[in-house]
Design a binder for this molecule. Structure first.
Ligand code: AGP
Length: 603
């Protein structure tokens, strides 16, 4: 996820900016850049690599000027390299900006700007914004007006820092669906993606809301509405965080922070794939022999993908553990096959090996990946990005739900291309999918405290069972995996129907059984399975939206009512929270579970 820092005051801007960028390093990045301004001239230095290395290689601490912007880039459009690093400029070289977020309609805007004669240097969506402001400036009375007009044409998420050489006293900061906070100092001001970037200089902050922009000089600041240019009253708040706390956004662990980031990154995943998904769906629609390969949590996303493709696109894919696929399917994968590889890191050895095998056999390979430029993206014929930003906790959380969002969009689009579902239904699903981030934000994340209390009462149990049916089954498997990997409690995920074929023998008084029971095809069957477990003494925690579950469960976790095919995204969030709290209560560090690595690069 990109990091932004801007400074205006009496200090040497590049020094403040480089220190700020170091404080934002935890967000993850692949390239770094700084712009400063002095006497109407912009100085830009940028390059791929780690901050210390780029600072030394490009002499970033030797840049003149007392105002400037810095950026750490987490690539979303265009590979990580020197040219795609921010700042990006317009044709005149007078406008420089840094950006965090994804511009959904950048391709059509770029086409329009190219036709008008603009010359582009990079492959980024960000550069489009600089040229768009330049274009609007031709017919606007002021830079501020041009900025507003340009930004109102953008679809997607953006936090921006913008400098214009002809207005030497100010920096513009903008926020829409990507974080941006102002730091208010004495005779100096700051803008950044996160408080730690400037916390050593000031703890007085102003949080921008979506569709707001700020004009910041060394001695003043004002916040306005992007829509109208009207001034907005904002309160200056004092933060009491330590730097260490602030890097985790005030959360005690990265895992919890990442769980809470899900509404925002889900929006990014949805915005970021809105256009490309159509082309990809058209390109793969005719394949009938489909393999989905992945490991761990990504494998569970693959299982959800299978149900989605079956239900919506009427395709029946094989979902294979990538480490098994290479050996078992060697003779079965061929040029008529489509292989969908799911991997957040894009570096998992087993998944890469499966992809290479598929390529060797002439199959078409589509990768669903989080890390731009990772090996998986270089092997694949087609790539869809999950836009979740860097995930630091070893346990996959936000990368999983964004994988699910992308798979849902793909299944909807395939159903549309193939005519396998009613258009009205598909449109409704798309709309509901766009509402899921709000549901997670408004109705699920606030269950964290009740789930912590529940965890308190269960923390000494040594076995958990997670049961589900149909599209709820992968959620049960994922809930069990989360619990195992960070709390070290034995957990099994299984199909609820399978319970009485053996595992029921393990159920005795007080054994927790977590039942995933969305409304849908198999709801009544789930209720019967819950009753079976309960009759053997299980402590049943049910997750669903039907009040009927309250009667048959010991604890009922109420979910918003969504179409069953969308349920895997919201339903996994309480399971992530439950695992997190159990891990912490048992004294474990959920960010660094024993014996596990974030990216498994050996087979
Ligand atoms: C899940 O919490 C784990 N971190 C692990 O199962 C992970 O999903 C698996 O190793 C696959 O990683 P990938 O998505 O980077 O390929």
């Amino acid at each position: 996820m990109c990091g932004i820092i801007g400074y205006i005051g009496d200090r040497k801007a590049c020094e403040v900016i480089v220190r700020g960028l170091k404080r934002l390093e935890y967000r993850g990045y692949d390239s770094v850049g700084v712009v400063t301004e002095e006497d109407g001239k912009l100085y830009i230095k940028k390059g791929a690599g780690k901050i210390d290395e780029v600072v030394e290689r490009l002499n970033l601490l030797d840049m003149p000027g007392k105002r400037g912007l810095g950026h750490t880039r987490w690539a979303t459009h265009g590979v990580p390299n020197d040219i795609n690093a921010h700042p990006q400029k317009d044709c005149t070289g007078k406008i420089a900006l840094v950006h965090n977020g994804i511009i959904e309609n950048f391709a059509e805007l770029k086409k329009e700007l190219l036709e008008k004669g603009h010359a582009f240097e990079s492959d980024t969506d960000t550069e489009v914004i600089a040229h768009l402001i330049e274009e609007e400036l031709k017919s606007s009375g002021s830079f501020e007006e041009a900025l507003r007009k340009a930004l109102l044409r953008l679809k997607g998420s953006f936090a921006l820092g913008v400098i214009y050489t002809e207005e030497p006293d100010r920096i513009y900061f903008v926020r829409n669906e990507s974080p941006l906070v102002l730091g208010i100092g004495e005779g100096e001001n700051f803008g950044a993606s996160d408080v730690p970037a400037f916390l050593e200089y000031t703890n007085r902050v102003v949080f921008l809301d979506d569709m707001e922009y700020a004009i910041v000089t060394k001695d003043s600041w004002v916040v306005k509405k992007l829509e109208t240019g009207e001034e907005v009253e904002k309160e200056v708040q004092t933060v009491e965080w330590t730097l260490e706390m602030a890097e985790k956004g005030g959360f005690p662990h990265f895992m919890l922070k990442e769980i809470f980031e899900q509404p925002r990154v889900l929006r990014d995943a949805i915005h970021g794939n809105a256009e490309i998904i159509r082309d990809v769906a058209r390109e793969i629609a005719n394949y009938d022999k489909i393999f989905i390969v992945a490991m761990g949590t990504s494998y569970h996303a693959g299982l959800v993908g299978k149900y989605l493709l079956q239900r919506l696109a009427k395709k029946v894919p094989f979902v294979e553990d990538a480490s098994e696929f290479r050996y078992e399917f060697e003779d079965l994968v061929d040029e008529d096959s489509l292989v969908i590889a799911i991997t957040q890191s894009g570096e998992t050895a087993d998944t890469l090996a499966a992809m290479k095998l598929a390529k060797k056999k002439g199959a078409k390979v589509l990768a669903i990946v989080n890390v731009v430029g990772s090996m998986a993206t270089r092997i694949a014929d087609l790539t869809l990005y999950t836009h979740a930003g860097p995930e630091i906790g070893v346990a996959a959380t936000k990368t999983y739900t964004t994988q699910l969002a992308v798979l849902t969009m793909l299944a909807i689009e395939l159903a549309r291309v193939l005519g396998t579902a009613d258009e009205e239904y598909l449109k409704g699903l798309e709309e509901s999918l766009r509402e899921v981030p709000d549901l997670v934000e408004g109705s699920i994340l606030n269950l964290s405290e009740p789930l912590r209390e529940l965890a308190e009462s269960l923390k000494d149990r040594e076995d958990f069972f997670y049961i589900g049916r149909g599209i709820g089954l992968p959620t049960a498997l994922e809930g069990a995996l989360k619990l195992k990997e960070i709390s070290y409690i034995h957990a099994e995920g299984l199909s609820a129907g399978e319970l009485k074929h053996g595992p029921l023998a393990l159920i005795e008084d007080g054994v927790p059984v977590v039942a995933i029971a969305p409304n849908g095809k198999t709801f009544d069957k789930m209720v019967s399975n819950i009753e079976e477990a309960k009759a053997r003494g299980a402590y049943v925690i049910s997750i669903g939206s039907s009040e009927k579950l309250r009667e048959v469960s010991d604890t009922f976790i109420r979910m918003p009512d969504v179409d069953e095919v969308l349920s895997p995204i919201p339903y996994v969030v309480p399971l992530q929270l439950l695992a997190y709290h159990l891990a912490v209560l048992r004294g474990n560090d959920p960010d660094k579970p024993r014996n596990l690595a974030k990216s498994v690069t050996v087979e």
